[in-house]
Write a protein that binds this ligand. Structure first.
Ligand code: NAD
Ligand code: DAU
Length: 354
Protein backbone atom coordinates (compact mmCIF):
# COMPACT_ATOMS: atom_id res chain seq x y z
CA UNK A 1 0.00 0.00 0.00
CA UNK A 2 0.93 3.66 -0.26
CA UNK A 3 0.54 6.51 2.23
CA UNK A 4 -0.71 9.80 0.80
CA UNK A 5 -0.52 13.01 2.86
CA UNK A 6 -2.96 15.84 2.12
CA UNK A 7 -5.21 13.53 0.11
CA UNK A 8 -8.38 15.47 0.94
CA UNK A 9 -7.19 18.58 -0.89
CA UNK A 10 -7.44 19.36 -4.59
CA UNK A 11 -4.55 17.43 -6.14
CA UNK A 12 -4.35 14.73 -3.47
CA UNK A 13 -8.03 13.83 -3.92
CA UNK A 14 -7.66 13.65 -7.69
CA UNK A 15 -4.56 11.50 -7.18
CA UNK A 16 -6.35 9.04 -4.86
CA UNK A 17 -9.41 8.76 -7.11
CA UNK A 18 -7.19 8.12 -10.15
CA UNK A 19 -5.05 5.65 -8.16
CA UNK A 20 -8.03 3.58 -7.05
CA UNK A 21 -9.37 3.54 -10.60
CA UNK A 22 -6.07 2.28 -12.00
CA UNK A 23 -4.12 0.28 -9.40
CA UNK A 24 -5.08 -2.67 -7.28
CA UNK A 25 -3.21 -1.24 -4.32
CA UNK A 26 -4.55 0.21 -1.07
CA UNK A 27 -4.12 3.87 -0.04
CA UNK A 28 -4.06 5.50 3.37
CA UNK A 29 -4.84 9.21 3.35
CA UNK A 30 -3.40 11.23 6.25
CA UNK A 31 -4.99 14.67 6.22
CA UNK A 32 -5.51 17.29 8.93
CA UNK A 33 -8.67 18.58 7.22
CA UNK A 34 -7.73 22.25 7.28
CA UNK A 35 -10.08 24.67 5.47
CA UNK A 36 -8.69 23.20 2.21
CA UNK A 37 -9.29 19.55 3.11
CA UNK A 38 -12.72 18.27 2.14
CA UNK A 39 -13.88 14.69 2.77
CA UNK A 40 -16.55 15.22 0.08
CA UNK A 41 -13.76 15.17 -2.51
CA UNK A 42 -13.32 11.48 -1.70
CA UNK A 43 -16.97 10.51 -1.35
CA UNK A 44 -16.53 8.11 -4.30
CA UNK A 45 -13.74 6.28 -2.42
CA UNK A 46 -15.38 6.15 1.01
CA UNK A 47 -16.89 2.69 0.56
CA UNK A 48 -13.82 1.24 -1.17
CA UNK A 49 -12.11 -1.23 1.17
CA UNK A 50 -8.72 -0.27 -0.31
CA UNK A 51 -9.15 3.29 1.03
CA UNK A 52 -8.42 4.33 4.65
CA UNK A 53 -8.76 7.87 5.94
CA UNK A 54 -6.86 9.08 9.00
CA UNK A 55 -7.43 12.59 10.27
CA UNK A 56 -4.17 13.97 11.61
CA UNK A 57 -1.21 16.28 11.22
CA UNK A 58 1.94 15.33 9.31
CA UNK A 59 3.80 17.03 12.18
CA UNK A 60 2.42 14.53 14.73
CA UNK A 61 5.50 12.28 14.97
CA UNK A 62 3.84 9.62 17.12
CA UNK A 63 0.80 9.32 14.85
CA UNK A 64 2.90 9.07 11.68
CA UNK A 65 5.31 6.53 13.23
CA UNK A 66 2.32 4.42 14.33
CA UNK A 67 0.78 4.53 10.86
CA UNK A 68 4.02 3.49 9.17
CA UNK A 69 4.58 0.64 11.67
CA UNK A 70 1.01 -0.64 11.32
CA UNK A 71 0.49 -0.36 7.58
CA UNK A 72 3.98 -0.84 6.07
CA UNK A 73 3.54 1.40 3.02
CA UNK A 74 5.95 0.93 0.13
CA UNK A 75 5.83 4.65 -0.58
CA UNK A 76 4.82 8.01 0.85
CA UNK A 77 3.38 10.57 -1.57
CA UNK A 78 3.60 13.92 0.21
CA UNK A 79 1.01 16.49 -0.91
CA UNK A 80 0.05 18.01 2.46
CA UNK A 81 0.80 21.73 2.56
CA UNK A 82 -0.61 25.17 2.98
CA UNK A 83 -0.88 26.03 -0.70
CA UNK A 84 -2.38 29.50 -1.31
CA UNK A 85 0.03 32.39 -1.97
CA UNK A 86 -2.44 35.10 -0.88
CA UNK A 87 -3.02 33.36 2.45
CA UNK A 88 0.75 33.14 2.96
CA UNK A 89 0.92 36.93 2.56
CA UNK A 90 -1.85 37.44 5.15
CA UNK A 91 -0.50 34.85 7.63
CA UNK A 92 2.79 33.08 6.91
CA UNK A 93 3.08 31.11 10.15
CA UNK A 94 0.91 28.15 9.15
CA UNK A 95 3.10 27.78 6.04
CA UNK A 96 6.26 27.55 8.13
CA UNK A 97 4.55 25.11 10.49
CA UNK A 98 3.20 22.66 7.91
CA UNK A 99 5.41 23.10 4.87
CA UNK A 100 8.74 23.26 6.70
CA UNK A 101 8.33 21.77 10.18
CA UNK A 102 5.66 19.29 9.07
CA UNK A 103 7.78 18.06 6.16
CA UNK A 104 10.78 17.77 8.49
CA UNK A 105 8.81 15.62 10.96
CA UNK A 106 7.46 13.47 8.14
CA UNK A 107 10.99 12.98 6.80
CA UNK A 108 12.20 11.97 10.25
CA UNK A 109 9.40 9.41 10.57
CA UNK A 110 10.07 8.11 7.05
CA UNK A 111 13.79 7.81 7.76
CA UNK A 112 13.23 5.83 10.98
CA UNK A 113 10.75 3.52 9.23
CA UNK A 114 12.89 3.02 6.11
CA UNK A 115 16.03 2.36 8.23
CA UNK A 116 14.23 -0.56 9.84
CA UNK A 117 13.22 -2.19 6.54
CA UNK A 118 15.12 -5.14 5.07
CA UNK A 119 16.54 -6.00 1.67
CA UNK A 120 14.28 -5.51 -1.32
CA UNK A 121 11.53 -3.74 0.63
CA UNK A 122 14.06 -1.16 1.81
CA UNK A 123 15.51 -0.82 -1.67
CA UNK A 124 12.11 -0.26 -3.25
CA UNK A 125 10.75 2.24 -0.71
CA UNK A 126 10.13 5.74 -2.10
CA UNK A 127 9.32 9.17 -0.63
CA UNK A 128 7.75 11.39 -3.32
CA UNK A 129 7.72 15.09 -2.46
CA UNK A 130 5.17 17.11 -4.43
CA UNK A 131 6.49 20.63 -4.93
CA UNK A 132 5.99 23.67 -7.11
CA UNK A 133 7.61 25.73 -9.86
CA UNK A 134 7.24 28.81 -7.63
CA UNK A 135 10.50 27.89 -5.82
CA UNK A 136 12.39 29.15 -8.90
CA UNK A 137 11.02 32.71 -8.64
CA UNK A 138 9.84 34.86 -11.51
CA UNK A 139 10.97 34.80 -15.18
CA UNK A 140 11.48 37.79 -17.46
CA UNK A 141 9.51 37.72 -20.70
CA UNK A 142 12.45 36.50 -22.80
CA UNK A 143 14.02 34.04 -20.34
CA UNK A 144 13.92 30.30 -21.05
CA UNK A 145 11.52 28.13 -19.04
CA UNK A 146 12.63 26.68 -15.67
CA UNK A 147 14.59 23.45 -15.95
CA UNK A 148 15.72 21.38 -12.97
CA UNK A 149 19.05 23.26 -12.70
CA UNK A 150 17.43 26.69 -12.38
CA UNK A 151 18.49 28.58 -9.23
CA UNK A 152 16.06 28.72 -6.31
CA UNK A 153 14.69 32.25 -5.84
CA UNK A 154 11.35 32.02 -3.97
CA UNK A 155 9.50 35.32 -3.56
CA UNK A 156 6.47 34.65 -1.34
CA UNK A 157 6.24 33.10 2.13
CA UNK A 158 4.48 30.16 0.41
CA UNK A 159 7.22 29.56 -2.15
CA UNK A 160 9.96 30.14 0.44
CA UNK A 161 8.40 27.48 2.67
CA UNK A 162 8.12 25.03 -0.24
CA UNK A 163 11.75 25.79 -1.20
CA UNK A 164 12.83 25.03 2.37
CA UNK A 165 10.95 21.72 2.24
CA UNK A 166 12.62 20.84 -1.09
CA UNK A 167 16.02 21.48 0.47
CA UNK A 168 15.21 19.27 3.46
CA UNK A 169 14.06 16.48 1.16
CA UNK A 170 17.25 16.80 -0.88
CA UNK A 171 19.38 16.76 2.30
CA UNK A 172 17.70 13.57 3.58
CA UNK A 173 18.80 11.84 0.40
CA UNK A 174 22.31 13.26 0.40
CA UNK A 175 22.97 12.70 4.10
CA UNK A 176 20.96 9.60 4.98
CA UNK A 177 20.35 8.00 1.58
CA UNK A 178 16.55 8.20 1.97
CA UNK A 179 15.14 7.34 -1.50
CA UNK A 180 13.35 10.61 -2.22
CA UNK A 181 11.98 12.03 -5.48
CA UNK A 182 10.82 15.61 -5.92
CA UNK A 183 8.46 16.94 -8.57
CA UNK A 184 8.16 20.69 -9.22
CA UNK A 185 4.92 21.32 -11.03
CA UNK A 186 3.27 24.37 -12.58
CA UNK A 187 -0.29 25.66 -11.94
CA UNK A 188 -2.92 22.93 -11.81
CA UNK A 189 -6.62 23.27 -12.58
CA UNK A 190 -9.50 20.82 -12.67
CA UNK A 191 -12.27 19.30 -10.52
CA UNK A 192 -12.31 19.78 -6.72
CA UNK A 193 -10.09 22.89 -6.71
CA UNK A 194 -11.03 25.16 -3.82
CA UNK A 195 -12.50 28.42 -5.17
CA UNK A 196 -9.79 30.63 -3.66
CA UNK A 197 -7.55 29.86 -6.67
CA UNK A 198 -7.88 31.77 -9.95
CA UNK A 199 -9.88 29.43 -12.20
CA UNK A 200 -12.50 28.10 -9.74
CA UNK A 201 -12.86 31.56 -8.18
CA UNK A 202 -13.68 33.03 -11.58
CA UNK A 203 -16.19 30.26 -12.32
CA UNK A 204 -18.06 30.50 -9.01
CA UNK A 205 -18.06 34.31 -9.02
CA UNK A 206 -19.36 34.42 -12.59
CA UNK A 207 -22.12 31.93 -11.74
CA UNK A 208 -23.13 34.21 -8.86
CA UNK A 209 -22.97 37.33 -11.08
CA UNK A 210 -20.13 38.75 -8.92
CA UNK A 211 -17.07 40.72 -10.12
CA UNK A 212 -14.13 38.70 -11.49
CA UNK A 213 -11.13 40.23 -9.66
CA UNK A 214 -8.04 40.32 -11.89
CA UNK A 215 -4.89 41.44 -10.05
CA UNK A 216 -3.06 44.38 -11.64
CA UNK A 217 -2.92 44.39 -15.44
CA UNK A 218 -3.69 40.65 -15.68
CA UNK A 219 -0.65 40.09 -17.92
CA UNK A 220 1.07 37.78 -15.40
CA UNK A 221 1.78 34.41 -16.99
CA UNK A 222 1.27 30.95 -15.50
CA UNK A 223 1.89 27.56 -17.14
CA UNK A 224 -1.33 25.54 -16.80
CA UNK A 225 -1.60 21.78 -16.39
CA UNK A 226 -4.77 19.72 -16.00
CA UNK A 227 -4.72 18.02 -12.59
CA UNK A 228 -5.10 14.51 -14.06
CA UNK A 229 -1.86 15.06 -15.97
CA UNK A 230 -0.07 16.08 -12.78
CA UNK A 231 -1.34 12.88 -11.16
CA UNK A 232 -0.07 10.74 -14.05
CA UNK A 233 3.33 12.47 -13.77
CA UNK A 234 3.53 11.64 -10.04
CA UNK A 235 2.62 8.00 -10.73
CA UNK A 236 5.37 7.87 -13.36
CA UNK A 237 7.92 9.47 -11.01
CA UNK A 238 7.01 6.92 -8.32
CA UNK A 239 7.30 4.05 -10.78
CA UNK A 240 10.44 4.98 -12.69
CA UNK A 241 12.07 8.10 -11.20
CA UNK A 242 15.66 7.91 -9.99
CA UNK A 243 15.97 8.43 -6.22
CA UNK A 244 17.55 11.78 -5.36
CA UNK A 245 16.39 13.37 -8.63
CA UNK A 246 13.90 16.15 -9.28
CA UNK A 247 11.46 16.34 -12.18
CA UNK A 248 9.80 19.51 -13.48
CA UNK A 249 6.20 18.94 -14.58
CA UNK A 250 4.24 21.30 -16.82
CA UNK A 251 1.89 21.47 -19.76
CA UNK A 252 3.76 23.85 -22.13
CA UNK A 253 0.76 26.14 -21.70
CA UNK A 254 1.92 29.65 -20.85
CA UNK A 255 -1.15 31.85 -20.65
CA UNK A 256 -1.67 35.38 -19.25
CA UNK A 257 -4.25 35.53 -16.44
CA UNK A 258 -6.54 37.86 -18.36
CA UNK A 259 -6.75 35.32 -21.21
CA UNK A 260 -7.62 32.58 -18.72
CA UNK A 261 -10.47 34.68 -17.37
CA UNK A 262 -11.70 35.53 -20.87
CA UNK A 263 -11.63 31.83 -21.82
CA UNK A 264 -13.69 30.93 -18.74
CA UNK A 265 -16.15 33.63 -19.82
CA UNK A 266 -16.40 32.32 -23.38
CA UNK A 267 -17.23 28.85 -22.01
CA UNK A 268 -19.75 30.14 -19.51
CA UNK A 269 -21.40 32.32 -22.15
CA UNK A 270 -21.82 29.14 -24.19
CA UNK A 271 -22.72 26.64 -21.44
CA UNK A 272 -24.62 28.81 -18.92
CA UNK A 273 -25.37 32.21 -20.49
CA UNK A 274 -26.27 35.09 -18.21
CA UNK A 275 -29.80 36.48 -18.52
CA UNK A 276 -28.30 39.65 -20.04
CA UNK A 277 -24.88 40.44 -21.50
CA UNK A 278 -21.58 38.55 -21.39
CA UNK A 279 -19.70 37.22 -18.39
CA UNK A 280 -16.77 39.38 -19.62
CA UNK A 281 -18.58 42.44 -18.33
CA UNK A 282 -17.90 41.14 -14.80
CA UNK A 283 -14.09 41.38 -15.23
CA UNK A 284 -12.75 43.93 -12.73
CA UNK A 285 -9.09 44.92 -12.42
CA UNK A 286 -8.13 45.22 -8.74
CA UNK A 287 -4.96 46.07 -6.80
CA UNK A 288 -2.07 43.71 -7.45
CA UNK A 289 -0.82 40.93 -5.15
CA UNK A 290 2.22 42.19 -3.18
CA UNK A 291 5.45 40.79 -4.64
CA UNK A 292 3.46 39.19 -7.48
CA UNK A 293 5.63 36.91 -9.67
CA UNK A 294 5.29 37.96 -13.30
CA UNK A 295 5.92 34.75 -15.19
CA UNK A 296 6.33 31.03 -14.56
CA UNK A 297 7.13 28.52 -17.31
CA UNK A 298 8.21 24.90 -17.00
CA UNK A 299 10.60 23.04 -19.23
CA UNK A 300 9.18 19.53 -18.90
CA UNK A 301 11.80 18.05 -21.23
CA UNK A 302 13.42 15.87 -18.62
CA UNK A 303 10.35 13.96 -17.42
CA UNK A 304 9.30 13.54 -21.06
CA UNK A 305 12.69 12.22 -22.23
CA UNK A 306 13.69 10.16 -19.21
CA UNK A 307 10.34 8.85 -17.96
CA UNK A 308 8.28 9.04 -21.16
CA UNK A 309 5.55 11.17 -19.52
CA UNK A 310 3.28 13.39 -21.64
CA UNK A 311 0.18 15.38 -20.69
CA UNK A 312 -3.03 13.89 -22.10
CA UNK A 313 -5.10 17.11 -22.07
CA UNK A 314 -4.69 20.27 -24.08
CA UNK A 315 -5.65 23.49 -22.31
CA UNK A 316 -8.78 23.68 -24.49
CA UNK A 317 -9.99 20.19 -23.53
CA UNK A 318 -9.02 20.55 -19.85
CA UNK A 319 -10.64 23.93 -19.26
CA UNK A 320 -13.89 22.83 -20.92
CA UNK A 321 -14.04 19.72 -18.68
CA UNK A 322 -13.28 21.88 -15.64
CA UNK A 323 -15.98 24.49 -16.30
CA UNK A 324 -18.45 21.68 -17.00
CA UNK A 325 -17.50 19.96 -13.71
CA UNK A 326 -18.28 23.10 -11.69
CA UNK A 327 -21.58 23.45 -13.53
CA UNK A 328 -22.44 19.81 -12.80
CA UNK A 329 -21.56 20.01 -9.10
CA UNK A 330 -23.45 22.95 -7.57
CA UNK A 331 -23.83 21.12 -4.23
CA UNK A 332 -20.05 20.74 -3.89
CA UNK A 333 -19.62 24.44 -4.68
CA UNK A 334 -22.32 25.41 -2.17
CA UNK A 335 -20.84 23.22 0.56
CA UNK A 336 -17.32 24.65 0.30
CA UNK A 337 -18.65 28.21 0.44
CA UNK A 338 -19.00 27.99 4.22
CA UNK A 339 -18.66 30.77 6.78
CA UNK A 340 -14.86 30.32 6.80
CA UNK A 341 -14.74 30.69 3.02
CA UNK A 342 -16.90 33.81 3.08
CA UNK A 343 -14.72 35.27 5.84
CA UNK A 344 -11.61 34.81 3.65
CA UNK A 345 -13.25 36.44 0.64
CA UNK A 346 -14.53 39.35 2.76
CA UNK A 347 -11.13 39.87 4.43
CA UNK A 348 -9.00 39.54 1.30
CA UNK A 349 -10.80 41.16 -1.60
CA UNK A 350 -11.71 44.59 -0.19
CA UNK A 351 -7.95 45.26 0.10
CA UNK A 352 -7.61 44.56 -3.59
CA UNK A 353 -10.23 46.92 -4.86
CA UNK A 354 -8.16 49.16 -7.14
P1 NAD B 1 -4.76 22.09 -1.17
O1 NAD B 1 -4.57 23.32 -0.35
O2 NAD B 1 -5.98 21.95 -2.02
O3 NAD B 1 -4.73 20.81 -0.22
C1 NAD B 1 -3.80 20.66 0.83
C2 NAD B 1 -4.27 19.49 1.70
O4 NAD B 1 -3.29 19.30 2.74
C3 NAD B 1 -5.62 19.74 2.40
O5 NAD B 1 -6.42 18.58 2.29
C4 NAD B 1 -5.23 20.01 3.85
O6 NAD B 1 -6.24 19.61 4.78
C5 NAD B 1 -3.97 19.16 3.99
N1 NAD B 1 -3.08 19.63 5.05
C6 NAD B 1 -2.67 20.92 5.27
N2 NAD B 1 -1.87 20.96 6.35
C7 NAD B 1 -1.75 19.69 6.81
C8 NAD B 1 -1.05 19.09 7.88
N3 NAD B 1 -0.29 19.81 8.72
N4 NAD B 1 -1.14 17.74 8.06
C9 NAD B 1 -1.91 17.00 7.23
N5 NAD B 1 -2.62 17.52 6.20
C10 NAD B 1 -2.53 18.84 6.00
O7 NAD B 1 -3.44 21.96 -2.04
P2 NAD B 1 -3.24 21.40 -3.53
O8 NAD B 1 -3.47 22.48 -4.48
O9 NAD B 1 -3.95 20.11 -3.64
O10 NAD B 1 -1.67 21.13 -3.50
C11 NAD B 1 -1.14 19.89 -3.03
C12 NAD B 1 0.38 19.94 -3.09
O11 NAD B 1 0.80 20.20 -4.43
C13 NAD B 1 0.99 21.04 -2.24
O12 NAD B 1 2.16 20.53 -1.65
C14 NAD B 1 1.32 22.14 -3.24
O13 NAD B 1 2.42 22.90 -2.79
C15 NAD B 1 1.66 21.33 -4.47
N6 NAD B 1 1.42 21.99 -5.76
C16 NAD B 1 0.21 22.57 -6.03
C17 NAD B 1 -0.02 23.13 -7.28
C18 NAD B 1 -1.35 23.77 -7.64
O14 NAD B 1 -1.46 24.39 -8.69
N7 NAD B 1 -2.38 23.64 -6.84
C19 NAD B 1 1.00 23.12 -8.25
C20 NAD B 1 2.22 22.52 -7.93
C21 NAD B 1 2.42 21.96 -6.69
O1 DAU C 1 2.71 27.50 -9.86
C1 DAU C 1 2.23 26.51 -8.98
C2 DAU C 1 1.41 27.18 -7.89
O2 DAU C 1 0.19 27.59 -8.50
C3 DAU C 1 1.14 26.26 -6.70
O3 DAU C 1 2.35 25.95 -6.08
C4 DAU C 1 0.21 26.95 -5.70
O4 DAU C 1 -0.13 26.06 -4.67
C5 DAU C 1 -1.06 27.37 -6.44
O5 DAU C 1 -1.90 28.08 -5.56
C6 DAU C 1 -0.72 28.23 -7.65
O6 DAU C 1 -0.19 29.52 -7.24
P1 DAU C 1 -0.62 30.88 -7.97
O7 DAU C 1 -0.40 32.01 -7.04
O8 DAU C 1 -0.04 30.96 -9.33
O9 DAU C 1 -2.21 30.56 -8.13
P2 DAU C 1 -3.52 31.45 -7.95
O10 DAU C 1 -4.66 30.64 -8.50
O11 DAU C 1 -3.64 32.00 -6.59
O12 DAU C 1 -3.26 32.65 -8.95
C7 DAU C 1 -2.99 32.44 -10.33
C8 DAU C 1 -2.74 33.79 -10.96
O13 DAU C 1 -3.97 34.53 -10.96
C9 DAU C 1 -1.73 34.63 -10.19
O14 DAU C 1 -0.95 35.38 -11.10
C10 DAU C 1 -2.60 35.57 -9.35
C11 DAU C 1 -3.83 35.75 -10.21
N1 DAU C 1 -5.10 35.97 -9.47
C12 DAU C 1 -5.44 35.10 -8.49
C13 DAU C 1 -6.60 35.27 -7.77
C14 DAU C 1 -6.96 34.30 -6.65
C15 DAU C 1 -5.94 37.05 -9.81
O15 DAU C 1 -5.64 37.82 -10.73
N2 DAU C 1 -7.09 37.21 -9.10
C16 DAU C 1 -7.46 36.38 -8.07
O16 DAU C 1 -8.51 36.62 -7.43
Amino acid sequence: MILVTGGSGFIGANFILDWLARADEAVINLDALTYAGNPENLAAAAADERYTFVQGDIGDAELVAGLLARHHPRAIIHFAAESHVDRSIHGPEAFIQTNILGTFRLLEAARAYWSGLDGRVRQQFRFVHVSTDEVYGSLAEDEPAFDETHRYEPNSPYSASKAASDHLVRAYHHTYGLPVLTSNCSNNYGPYQFPEKLIPLMIVNALAGKPLPVYGDGRQIRDWLYVGDHCSAIRRVLEAGVPGETYNVGGWNEIPNIDIVRTVCVLLDELRPLARGSCRELITHVADRPGHDRRYAIDAGRIERELGWRPAETFESGIRKTVQWYLDNPAWVRNVQTGAYRAWIDAHYPRHVG
